[in-house]
Ligand binder design. Structure first.
Ligand SMILES: [Zn+2]
Length: 213
């Protein structure tokens, strides 16, 4: 009897072991399935977020590129406006506006600024543009007029020499001539004007407001 009972115990054990093993494997398979599903969902969310970030990044890059384009346009406009200095050293000898004529003792309108200079002093373009005039103008003597962007013009008068001709393109700081004493002038100096053509009229401005560079 003892042996019989022992046989029964021996037969029952493998059955439980098989059941337990299958159960464990099924449990593990279920766990794996759940974790796999969780992982797939996480990857899906991650992919969606990556796409959102990518779209956002593209948007930011596009906005930055637009900003750089605006900056480039502004820099170009700044380069083309008469904002520079027409001489290496600016020593004002007469301001823009009303002034008393020493000879006639009458008040007169001075449409520009006068700077002390002699015939050796180089005169520079105050902004990029095209030479509109390089020749004699009554009263102004030897004169250069540069046409800039947005209807702006700069005028350099009483010169001795010209380095540019009509139609030439210049950049800010390019030498365009030398100062002088030609035209209606009492001594060597540079007469400098800034104006803007608006509705077909030349509107003359105070150059002091423009010389910033
Ligand atoms: Zn003057």
């Amino acid at each position: 009897m003892k042996f019989k009972n022992l046989d029964c115990t021996i037969k029952i054990k493998p059955f439980f072991i098989v059941i337990f093993t299958w159960g464990f494997l099924a449990y593990m398979a279920f766990q794996y399935h759940c974790q796999h599903k969780q992982l797939r969902d996480s990857i899906k969310i991650y992919d969606t977020n990556i796409k959102l970030y990518q779209d956002k990044l593209d948007e930011v890059i596009e906005q930055h590129n637009k900003m750089f384009d605006v900056c480039d346009s502004l820099i170009q406009i700044m380069d083309e406006l008469p904002l520079g200095s027409p001489l290496d050293t600016l020593e004002i000898s007469s301001n823009y506006g009303s002034r008393k004529n020493r000879e006639t003792q009458k008040w007169e309108y001075h449409p520009g600024m006068d700077f002390s200079a002699d015939w050796r002093d180089t005169v520079y373009a105050t902004g990029a543009g095209i030479i509109e005039k390089s020749g004699h103008i009554s009263g102004y003597g030897r004169t250069i007029v540069i046409s800039h962007t947005s209807g702006y013009k700069s005028k350099y008068a009483h010169l001795t020499r010209y380095f540019v001709r009509r139609g030439d393109t210049v950049k800010r700081g390019d030498p365009i001539g030398t100062a002088g004493n030609t035209g209606y002038s009492r001594g060597y100096h540079l007469h400098y004007e800034v104006m803007r053509v608006h509705n077909g009229y030349n509107k003359i401005a105070n150059p002091k407001e423009y010389i910033i560079l």
